[in-house]
Design a protein around this ligand. Structure first.
Ligand code: BGC
Length: 826
């Protein structure tokens, strides 16, 4: 019967390709229905809950295999060592679709070599604020650039046999209190800024799976958000795949069943989609068994369509150590590192330089952000090791070791119980509540503050969750100097020195490290107080302090003796990490280090590792070079050395605006939840990043789309050809007029001239990256699709054409427009 029906359907439809697609779809649906008809209700419900932490449950008697997932996005992290790619923000800085598709292809190889079916990647949330602890995993502040990168990566993965999972749907633009805060976003902003990358993943790349974030949107948890999961994702965009929860993001069985969640994921066993809860809901008539069937069908359809029922995913012919992936990772770093400042210092001249001092905490480190994406590589290079290899005998590379290393700072800290006493340690008061209320249930003296109780508790008198501790005592230092205090904890902590609050991180968060400086005079005792609480999950707290001058003095000494000083600063997996937000200023003593080195040697270059902008006001005018390395992956050191020496001409451009001050950022007034409410109003609306800076005519530190090169490019000969209704082809010439071969990223922005509806000053709608030999000139064509002139109409709940006059701008950055031409949209 079904086959006959299929036949008539295919005859009815005219084109062969379409017939083929239709019949394949029908066959898949037939297989899905057949399997579901053989499953008991219990089996179906169990199928909707996590299996073995990262898997979908196998049902052997029906030939349904176990489906294995892994994080993403910077590598296949859950199955031992693997290629560690640069972070998403660097990927977007390449603006190179082919390269990112190649990344996806080699990620797929790494997956198949380990039997992984679904890679939990890409992360496409919009970078709204530089503080978001996970910006580094994401692509851009701009929805078009983020969409293009997402589509390229997903195509690379899915065309090579691995399903992608686009995350974190939607509005997960901060890590601070991510599990409790509602992102309140008006519908137009939602559809024009925060959803396009998800929409492109679904409609253009046909992504197989999507992950609902931890947060709420407009008052409803994402896993229960019917508007986004069903009305928009399924009904408007036509998504046919799997909606899974982020790990532990599902909270309410009934709301999640109705709100469009298919698969509950977490570490451990399902908590909402359990046989007990869902059977009860069916018996009570609150949900229908069909709803369960639909969810099972979404999962089965996706994995059957991917071929996972018909072949084994593990491909032993692919090596675990993957040279092709390693090359792609290196090429990404070469193309995505951004040169931001160059006052006649770069590229370095190997013949003239006798000595380079390489200083700072990142000089000899693999720099990466922390959390679920951290992928351990088989091997890696650092800037120091790469320079050592690259330079000839003429140049000496001196590494100033970072003795303020992570563990040292906690182990070396000495505390005294009371002023003038010799008794070491801090008085500790332990409370069996998270608010330090009432009488402590346990008191003791703790010699040092290095505690990692994980999921346990400090002792029997204290519960495993919801406890707090106050430590008091004294710090005594041998000489008058500035000291850096470093604390890290999961969850909240506050630190006072001499009654002054110098660190305030009093909130639910995963392990977060912060530092603050304090000036001491020798011979004095300084009182110290640390308060800490654990909410749930892991409990960790550490405190240390150290004399900055240990590192700074050494760096200054070496910088004075060198021709060039390279200061490598930034964040790392302790300070820029999932589950917490970071500071805008560089951690600890790093600003002081840059200033001291720049004073000692005028030829100072700064290299920053971070997922977004940092505060550079107190040093940027004192240094000659600034290179933004983001988190450049396992071979970032190699790529940086090549760029410093001009073996590679930098071509990366910023996918995010760099603010001068955090206060300048459009969401500054709207970032943190106000008045104790768990709600963040996205009050800046459409004006995210450059849309704000350009509309309000405020000067950023570095504009969106900006990045310097060792060569120059001239733009000319712009022509606009109408292609279809409101669709244009824009052609122009680019010539490499400088002295080196190099790549340029030409950007096309649309600027409204007489719009009746409010629009930002300009919006990116196209770009092309082109490699040109020195002296070479080429013609480029960029298509501007009709939807570049669309706006979201809230009443019609759809995009509509916004008629009027526009200008098409061609620029080398958002603030350096070289060509322009008007168009009229009807
Ligand atoms: C992250 C996800 C990740 C998941 C599984 C969560 O904490 O938010 O991005 O895929 O863990 O590791």
């Amino acid at each position: 019967m079904k086959i006959k029906y299929l036949l008539s359907l295919t005859l009815f439809i005219g084109s062969f390709g379409f017939i083929h697609a239709q019949s394949e779809t029908a066959l898949v649906e037939a297989r899905v229905n057949d399997l579901i008809s053989k499953m008991s209700l219990e089996e179906k419900i169990q199928y909707l809950g996590v299996y073995d932490n990262y898997c979908i449950r196998p049902i052997e008697r029906l030939g349904i295999p176990q489906i294995i997932m892994s994080d993403g996005p910077v590598g296949v992290r859950n199955a031992g060592k693997s290629t560690s790619f640069p972070a998403g923000v660097l990927a977007a800085s390449t603006w190179n679709r082919n390269l990112i598709e190649h990344e996806g292809k080699t990620l797929a190889q790494d997956c198949k070599a380990r039997g992984v079916h679904i890679l939990l990647s890409p992360g496409v949330n919009i970078m709204r604020s530089p503080l978001c602890g996970r910006n580094f995993e994401y692509y851009s502040e701009d929805p078009f650039l983020a969409s293009q990168m997402a589509v390229a990566l997903i195509n690379g993965l899915q065309r090579n046999g691995v399903l992608a999972c686009v995350k974190h749907f939607a509005g997960n633009n901060q890590e601070w209190d991510r599990g409790n805060v509602s992102s309140n976003i008006d519908k137009r902003t939602l559809h024009e800024i925060y959803l396009p990358a998800f929409k492109a993943a679904v409609m253009d790349a046909k992504v197989g799976t999507i992950m609902d974030g931890y947060n709420l949107v407009n008052g409803t948890y994402m896993t229960a958000n019917k508007y986004l999961n069903i009305d928009v994702l399924r009904n408007q965009w036509g998504f046919k795949g799997i909606v899974m929860s982020d790990w532990g993001a599902a909270h309410d069985a009934l709301a999640d069943v109705k709100g469009g969640l298919d698969l509950e994921m977490l570490l451990g066993n399902a908590e909402q989609f359990t046989v007990e809860k869902l059977t009860k809901l069916i018996q009570e008539g609150k949900i229908d068994e069909n709803m369960i069937d639909e969810k099972v069908a979404n999962i089965l359809r996706t994995i059957i369509h991917a071929g996972y029922l018909d072949h084994v995913q593990l491909d032993k012919s692919i090596p675990l150590y993957n040279p092709e992936a390693e090359k792609v990772s290196l090429n990404m770093a070469r193309e995505g590192i951004v040169l931001l400042k160059n006052k006649n210092i770069l590229p370095l001249d190997g013949n003239k330089i006798k000595k380079i001092a390489v200083v700072g905490p990142h000089a000899n480190a693999l720099s990466w952000g922390g959390g679920s994406s951290t992928t351990i590589p088989f091997n890696y290079s650092t800037l120091y090791t790469a320079l050592e290899k690259m330079v000839g005998a003429k140049t000496k590379i001196v590494l100033v070791k970072d003795t303020l290393s992570k563990d040292n700072i906690f182990k070396s800290a000495v505390f005294y119980v009371t002023p003038e006493s010799k008794e070491r340690g801090l008085k500790a008061e332990y409370f069996n509540n998270p608010n330090l209320q009432g009488v402590p249930v346990y008191t003791t003296i703790d010699r040092s503050i290095i505690f990692d109780w994980q999921a346990g508790s400090p002792n029997q008198a204290i519960p495993v969750d919801n406890f707090s501790i106050r430590w008091t005592g004294v710090v005594r230092v041998p000489s008058s100097k500035i000291y850096t205090f470093t604390a890290k904890a999961d969850d909240g902590y506050k630190l006072w020195v001499n009654g002054e609050l110098i660190m305030d991180c009093w909130r639910d968060q995963s392990l977060t490290q912060n530092s603050a400086m304090y000036k001491f005079e020798s011979g004095k005792d300084y009182s110290i107080k640390l308060e800490y609480y654990d909410r749930t999950g892991n409990a960790t707290v550490m405190l240390g302090y150290q004399d900055n001058s240990m590192v700074i003095d050494d760096a200054v000494k070496q910088a004075k003796k060198s021709n060039i000083a390279v200061v490598c600063v930034g964040f790392n997996n302790d300070t820029e990490v999932e589950g917490a937000d970071r500071t805008f200023s560089l951690p600890g003593y790093q600003d002081a280090l840059i200033n001291a080195v720049a004073k000692a040697n005028p030829n100072t270059i700064v290299i920053v590792n971070a997922g977004g902008a940092v505060d550079m006001q107190n040093w940027i005018n004192k240094v000659k070079g600034l290179v933004y390395a983001w988190y450049p992956g396992q071979d970032g050191g190699q790529a940086l050395a090549e760029i410093l020496y001009g073996k590679v001409n930098p071509s990366g451009k910023l996918p995010v605006t760099f603010d001068k001050k955090w206060e300048d950022n459009p969401c500054f007034n709207f970032y943190h939840a106000k008045d104790g409410k768990k709600e963040v109003e996205y009050g800046e609306g459409l004006l995210v990043g450059y849309r704000y800076y350009d509309t309000k005519k405020i000067e950023p530190q570095y504009p969106f789309g900006y990045g310097e090169s060792y060569t120059r490019f001239a733009y000319s000969n712009m022509k606009v050809y109408p292609k279809d209704v409101n669709e244009y082809e824009v052609s122009f010439d680019i010539e490499n007029t400088g002295k080196m071969d190099g790549a340029e990223i030409a950007q096309l922005y649309v600027k409204p001239i007489n719009s009746r509806v409010f629009l930002p000053e300009k919006s990116l709608r196209g770009f092309e990256k082109i490699f040109l030999k020195r002296g070479e000139k080429r013609n480029i064509t960029i298509t501007v699709p009709a939807d570049a002139f669309n706006i979201y109409n809230v009443d019609m709940e759809d995009f509509i054409t916004n008629r009027g006059i526009y200008e098409l701008l061609i620029g080398t950055s958002s603030r350096d427009i070289r060509l322009r031409a008007p168009v009229t949209i009807k």
